[in-house]
Design a protein. Structure first.
Length: 262
């Protein structure tokens, strides 16, 4: 059964997230609809990360397996075939042949997310940022972000699924806040992420930037369970799945945003 690795970008504004939905548009759902037209059957199509409603991707990874392929298709033919059928806000950047046992999610070893906060009102990037009117201290936010590296229990920063036992301990490998034009950006890397984790961390970093939360107060959220971060969950508009790494991959992120506002 042929297996392909797909590198995908999308703007998630119009979608209820990655995972297929019965009564709403989803990224996976758009791919499955296009796949039925291309292959006349339901393929195995799985993404590396289940981005939430309104969240975007700079380079999401997915695998595609087709059981009964009726023609010998090249990666380029797969890419162009899908892109001809997909809506304007979903695009396949690259398709490559993959080993038969390749799994986009299970084989991933690290993921990076990027969050963009705009310090001014913008006419062009409204769907791609969180505009905060208050003055923010980016240096204080950067200092707080450094506390996130290492292994911590992020139970204060996540939404747990009812009835599902799940560890809330995550080892963060990379955490930084930087400024690009009128954007304050937060980048975080880890082996995996919990539901709403990045958005809730961002919300509390913004509180540090506003001067409403001290460094000690931020650190306490990593040591003791609290429901406060849930009240400050950042909107999905500014969040991007930036990069997914597999064994042997290297990533040296630049201090650049997806949308420079000057």
């Amino acid at each position: 059964m042929p297996t392909w690795k797909l590198e995908i970008e999308y703007e998630g504004t119009r979608y209820r997230g990655w995972q297929i939905q019965h009564n709403a548009k989803s990224i996976q759902g758009e791919f499955m609809e296009a796949a039925r037209e291309l292959f006349s059957e339901k393929p195995d199509f799985f993404g590396a990360g289940r981005t939430d409603a309104g969240v975007h991707a700079i380079r999401q990874i997915a695998h595609l397996k087709v059981e009964n392929l009726k023609a010998d298709l090249t990666p380029r033919m797969i890419q162009h075939g899908f892109n001809d059928l997909l809506p304007h806000d979903i695009n396949i950047l690259k398709v490559t042949n993959a080993p038969d046992d390749f799994h986009a999610r299970h084989d991933a070893v690290e993921r990076f997310y990027l969050y963009q906060i705009s310090t001014r009102r913008t006419a062009f990037g409204k769907n791609l940022v969180w505009w905060i009117k208050d003055r923010l201290d980016a240096k204080a936010m950067a200092e707080a972000a450094k506390m996130l590296t290492g292994k911590h229990d992020f139970r204060s920063f996540c939404e747990t699924e009812e009835g599902k036992k799940q560890s809330t301990v995550v080892e963060v490998t990379h955490s930084e806040v930087f400024v690009d034009g009128d954007l304050i950006c937060f980048r975080i890397g880890a082996s995996h992420f919990l539901w709403k984790m990045v958005r809730r961390i961002t919300g509390m970093l913004a509180e540090v930037g506003r001067g409403n939360l001290s460094f000690d107060g931020f650190e306490r959220l990593l040591k003791f369970q609290s429901d406060v971060p849930a009240k400050y969950t950042a909107p999905p508009s500014g969040l991007f799945l930036e990069k997914v790494l597999y064994k042997g991959d290297k990533f040296s992120p630049e201090r650049k945003s997806m949308l420079t506002i000057k």
